[in-house]
Design a protein around this ligand. Structure first.
Ligand SMILES: [Zn+2]
Length: 422
């Protein structure tokens, strides 16, 4: 048994304890309380943290793409996809996952990777072959032919096989779910409605039919998997929610009908605020663009309105960066939390989004400091409720996973992963 004591303990659900402590029993949390009350189990190792430190659950990024670097230039991204073998991509994905761990993330949800890369990486971490955060991976994203993930960035004379998973019709999507599930997907990703860039005023359009979405949801749920959807907004977003999709990503334009449906069904929202901001902060020359699109400008305005509505309605909002597209892995998760604060969340609520809500989106027993939960923890020097940016400073972090310290000060402190490596 171990006892970790800290000047401030945040439990991941909004609770805060001054002079708190957590008791660890192996990989699980056995108790949480004030240092004065909690006592010290006989023989327990007591771990003190620096004065003024805060103990909280490990952070979770609910929207990443480990197979991609985050280079903000579309042509360079395509070039990277063309000249790296899947094993090369997998090794780089492992590096990105490890870097995420050093930056306080003890779990990630991978939102589409080719070649089974993220699925196999998730298994390698769980198996103890690789040091990294827990990963929930969808495999390839399901998309209609010619859809959001199948919009042919590659010329006719090249073949990019297996990057994404085109499906058509209800039976096609049902089979798509079965194929990704057979490959080992931990959840299913679909692309249900997308941005419409050339019709100002109507910035979204449906891509999947209602029958296709319902078939995907029904088949996934029958296999015990949740479904997340890339969405844009408007009535097609409401249709997505009504079709039984568990978590909507991006969702820039959320109308009142949709809010009502999301509340009734308990649908999660991952607004990915940062990826949209990146269109404005990365120099245009670096993006290879002449100007920021009008769609991005409209989405940038709408997302704050939608976020405020979602918060007011009590919709459970998670935090995801879209790292791998327009932004690098590991270093920017804290900015998504800071943007939630800019959008009206308290720092405490932003931390809840990045811990317990995200854990529920992934369906993992982490994200909360409570008895029985997995002991995935973060110690940060300072108080993130006063300065959320502290969570982005790896030098100030100690990271614990499965009840063991794995990183501190931006370096691994374990040379061999926890788990059952042979
Ligand atoms: Zn994404």
């Amino acid at each position: 048994m171990k006892v970790i004591a800290a000047d401030l303990v945040l439990d991941g659900t909004g609770g805060a304890l001054e002079k708190g402590a957590v008791i660890l029993d192996g990989a699980r949390i056995a108790g949480v309380g004030r240092q004065a009350d909690i006592g010290r189990p006989e023989g327990a190792e007591v771990i003190e943290t620096p004065p003024g430190a805060t103990l909280l659950p490990g952070l979770i990024d609910a929207h990443v793409h480990l197979a991609y670097s985050g280079v903000p230039n579309r042509r360079r991204m395509i070039a990277e996809a063309m000249d790296q073998s899947y094993p090369q991509v997998a090794l780089r994905a492992a590096r990105r996952a490890r870097d995420s761990l050093l930056h306080g993330m003890t779990a990630l949800r991978d939102m589409a990777a080719p070649g089974g890369i993220a699925i196999d990486l998730a298994a390698a971490v769980a198996q103890g072959d690789v040091v990294g955060p827990r990963i929930l991976a969808c495999g390839r994203g399901l998309t209609v032919t010619g859809g959001h993930m199948d919009n042919a960035p590659f010329p006719d004379h090249t073949q990019a096989r297996g990057m994404h998973h085109p499906c058509d019709g209800a039976d096609g999507f049902r089979k798509g779910v079965r194929v990704e599930a057979r490959r080992g997907a931990g959840f299913i990703k679909i692309n249900s409605c997308v941005g419409l860039h050339n019709r100002p005023g109507t910035w979204w359009r449906p891509e999947m039919t209602v029958a296709e979405m319902e078939a995907a949801a029904e088949e996934a749920h029958a296999q015990g998997l949740t479904v997340a959807a890339h969405t844009s907004g408007g009535p097609p977003l409401t249709d997505t929610v009504r079709a039984g999709i568990d978590c909507v990503e991006h969702a820039h334009w959320i109308d009142d009908d949709c809010i009502e449906e999301m509340v009734a069904r308990g649908t999660f929202l991952v607004p990915t605020l940062l990826v949209n901001e990146r269109s404005f902060e990365v120099p245009l020359a670096e993006q290879g663009l002449a100007r920021v699109s009008r769609w991005s400008e409209a989405a940038r305005e709408a997302k704050w309105v939608s976020l405020a509505r979602a918060r007011a309605a009590g919709i459970r909002v998670g935090a995801g960066t879209d790292a791998g597209f327009m932004l690098p892995h590991a270093t920017m998760f804290w900015r998504e939390l800071a943007l939630l604060v800019e959008g009206g969340f308290t720092p405490g609520e932003a931390i809840v989004a990045g811990t317990s809500v995200n854990a529920d989106i992934l369906g993992i027993e982490a994200g909360r400091l409570a008895p029985g939960r997995l002991a995935d923890l973060l110690v940060v020097e300072g108080n993130p409720l006063e300065d959320i940016g502290l969570l982005g400073q790896a030098a100030r972090l100690q990271v614990w996973k499965d009840g063991a310290q794995v990183a501190a000060g931006g370096r691994l402190t374990t040379t061999w992963p926890q788990g059952r490596a042979a």
